[in-house]
Structures are given as C-alpha cells and as structure tokens.
Design a protein around this ligand. Sequence first.
Ligand SMILES: N[C@@H](CCC(=O)N[C@@H](CS)C(=O)NCC(=O)O)C(=O)O
Length: 252
Amino acid sequence: MPPQEALTLVQLRYSHFNEKVRWALDLKRVPHQRRTLVAGFHKPYLRKLGCRTTPVLLRDGEVWERDSTDIIAVLEEHYPIPPLYPAAPEARERALALEDFCDEEVGPYVRQAMFYVALPYTRFFMDTFAGHLNIYLRTAVGLAVAAGRSNIRRGLNLTPEAYRESRQKLTAGFARLERELDGREYFVDDRFTVADLTVAALLSPMLMAPEHPHRPKQTLPKPIRNFLDEWNEKTTMLDWGRDIYRKHRGAQ
Ligand SMILES: N[C@@H](CCC(=O)N[C@@H](CS)C(=O)NCC(=O)O)C(=O)O
C-alpha cells in the first residue's frame, strides 16, 4: 500500500542523478512535489537537511531517503508498479550491478567532461540550471557563474588532466556497456529495468533527448556540439539512450 504522506523531491534541475529519480517517480506515477534548488546556491538548504547531494526524497518534510539508488529502492518497495527490478534474483543482481557501475564509473565522468567543455558558456548554465527562474534571477545566476568560474573550476576539479581522465573513463565505460548490451534492446530480461533507466538517465546530459524534461532549449555553443558529435561517433550508447528516452520517458 503506497504511503499517503506528502512526498517532495529536493532536486537540481539538469542533474543526471536527479533525472534518474525523477524518471522513476514519473514512471511509477508517484504523487509528489519538487523543490528545485539552484546549483551553486544549494548547499545551505541541503546542510539543514543533513545532506550533501541531491536527490533527496522528503516525506512530510523529513528526509525519507537520499542517494538515487536508495531512493529507487524505497520507491520499488512502496510503489512496486510498474516494477523496475527484475523478479528473478540473478537478473535482479545483474540489473543492480549495472546501476552501481553507472553510478560510480559513468555518471561522475559524464558530469565532469560536460562541465569542463560547457563552463565558458554562461547562457548554457543559466538555461540548464536556472531555467525555472524568472529573467532577473536567471541573470543573477548567470552573473554568479561568470564571476565564480574559477571557484567552480576548482570545486569540480575541472583541470585538463581531470578532463583527460574523464574521457578515458567514458571510453572504458561505454565499451563495457556496449559489451553488456551486446546489441540487444534492453540490458536485462528483455524488458525495461532499473539498469536501462540508470544508463539512459546518467547519459542524459550527452543525449539532448527531446523527452528530457529540462533539455536546454537554446542552440548549443559549437564546442559543446562538437564534443557531443565526437562521442556520438565513438559509441552506439548515445543512440541507444535516445531510443530508450523515446520509448520510456513519456509520463512527466
Ligand atoms: N551517489 C549520489 C550522487 C548524487 C550527486 O552527485 N548529486 C550531485 C548532482 S549530479 C549534487 O547534488 N551535487 C551537489 C554538491 O556536490 O554540492 C546519488 O546517486 O544520488
């Protein structure tokens, strides 16, 4: 029986770990509200909750669960339909292992590489992270990004060496995913599971899928477009991800 309490997702708009949880909530049609924090100004609010990162799921204003994987586990328990976990233990283990692999070995490097390439483009940041705000607040965020660029660079370790490492991680991550998928439509059990949801959501900043609820609406700056074109050439996983979005990211 689903809980009757009021649920709130504390989120950052464009973040792919948040997209992972939004997708699960939407798919399971879980009634909830969203509290959107602005990246860069999010820390004090999270600190008050005793958390460091988003997503966080609140129940009646208290932290119910944090971390995308744990949030999906609690949703799966309380809102089992449609199931995201395979029923058979072996298949479930494989799906959860893939979720874990993407959380650790793919998601952080997608973020790091994208930030490295996109950081010079203030408007891109305003639209992706502050697109829900009015023009005045959006401009204030834009100015803060422009003024705080070197802090952001330091905070997220956006050095050329870290960028090189993230590209190596992405090459290895995509190779493993391609091997695991082996040309099939889905990773486990021939149906959509938490493995497919996680891979597609964590690749979402590189997909620009029309079904993404917060996809940037502006024309992408050329270096970002070039970066995406390059990876679209290198791996089949981005086409696969867009396909999964088209087939499974309808409800919002
Ligand atoms: N393992 C965590 C990772 C979450 C995470 O990295 N969240 C980022 C956004 S993509 C965040 O909130 N960062 C804020 C910060 O580091 O200050 C999860 O799965 O939820």
